[in-house]
Design a protein around this ligand. Structure first.
Ligand code: KG4
Ligand code: ZN
Length: 331
């Protein structure tokens, strides 16, 4: 079985071909970051239009690079939500139409399920069950994963997602969009001892998160300082607070579920400090931590192709409806 996957939920057009026996055959990605940078955030209508421009050329490229064509493809997977509705509709419309023209099944995939299954693209994938930490620009959640489609949300953010908090705080620091990687780079030059930010909601039981207070804390601290080194110190204090909070909650989730494995996915999973700290802490707990390759941490078509492949292998089928949902719960 061989599946073409299409991701267009936000500001990345991703297309990939995954084969059940041979794994990932190709993947093509176009990032709209430069397009949105001058606005300081994603402009939904511009995102939709750019997906329209880029999607078919990327599909051709991914099929060529995989050395495959419609006759070798068994199904088409697309991101059906959650995300920007207009952007989702581009991918969903193209995927559903191609599937109809080529006489293939199409399957609408939950974007977060894609992130959650991305580590399965690995040559040595983690076994079920595991706890997944999903940390992206739109979501922060801990999920108990018992198997394909068997997800129980253990906790999630009550306000800003971790990536959103990174992006908003980066803006306060005068960094460009998307700010997460830029803030992390600045934090690398900061002194971790200079400022101490709170670890929100770690002083009470439960696995929910709240990150919006940290950006306010950064704002207040920034009012009192002025040099570049000061800004780096604030970035460091912010990053330490987010990372420490995520580590504390991951350990709590591992203890509560008795899981032997933690899977980390989503854009913030690319954060080096988070990776270092989690590796140490989770190993000390006697569990192991798994990351998708860096390029599959952020939005991409490969994770959608894989999720679609697993769903089609499980015998799922859909009618001809074009599915796109801006909001869509994972469970
Ligand atoms: O998963 P993703 O590509 O898109 C969403 O579905 O949201 O995640 C993007 C988010 C952005 O908020 C970005 O700033 C953040 O991931 N991010 C990072 C890093 N790389 C990406 N945040 C902190 N440190 C990083 N190295
Ligand atoms: Zn994402």
């Amino acid at each position: 079985m061989r599946v073409l996957g299409i991701e267009t939920s936000c500001d990345e057009t991703g297309v990939a071909v995954v084969d059940a026996a041979r794994g990932l055959l190709s993947h093509a990605l176009y990032s709209q970051v430069a397009l949105h940078a001058e606005y300081g955030g994603v402009v939904p209508e511009l995102a939709s239009r750019d997906h329209i421009r880029k999607l078919l050329p990327l599909i051709r490229q991914a099929l060529d690079e995989a050395g495959t064509g419609p006759s070798d493809i068994s199904g088409i997977a697309y991101t059906a939500g959650p995300g920007l509705l207009g952007a989702l509709l581009v991918g969903a419309g193209v995927a559903r139409s191609l599937a109809w023209a080529w006489g293939l099944p199409a399957v609408g995939v939950h974007h977060m399920e894609g992130h959650l299954l991305a580590p399965m693209l690995d040559a040595d994938p983690p076994a079920y069950p595991f706890v997944a930490l999903l940390v992206s620009g739109g979501h922060t959640m801990l999920v108990d994963v018992q198997g394909l489609g068997r997800y129980r949300i253990l906790g999630e953010s009550l306000d800003d997602a971790a990536g959103e908090a990174f992006d908003k705080t980066a803006k306060l620091l005068g960094l460009g969009y998307p700010g997460g990687p830029a803030l992390a780079a600045l934090a690398g030059q900061g002194d971790p001892q200079r400022f101490h930010f709170p670890r929100p909601m770690t002083d009470r039981p439960g696995l929910d998160f709240s990150f919006s207070g940290l950006k306010t804390r950064a704002l207040i601290t920034l009012r009192e300082v002025e040099t570049d080194q000061d800004r780096a110190d604030v970035a460091r204090a912010f990053e330490e607070a987010v990372v420490d909070t995520l580590v504390i909650k991951c350990l709590r989730a591992i203890r509560e579920t008795g899981a032997a494995r933690l899977v980390v996915a989503g854009g913030v999973g690319a954060n080096r400090r988070l990776r270092e700290r989690l590796r140490e802490a989770v190993q000390a707990e006697g569990a192991s931590v798994h990351y998708p390759a860096l390029e599959f941490c952020t939005d991409n078509g490969a994770m959608i192709a894989l999720a679609g492949l697993l769903r089609l292998q499980a015998g799922e089928s859909e009618d001809l409806t074009i599915r796109a949902r801006a909001r869509w719960g994972l469970s």
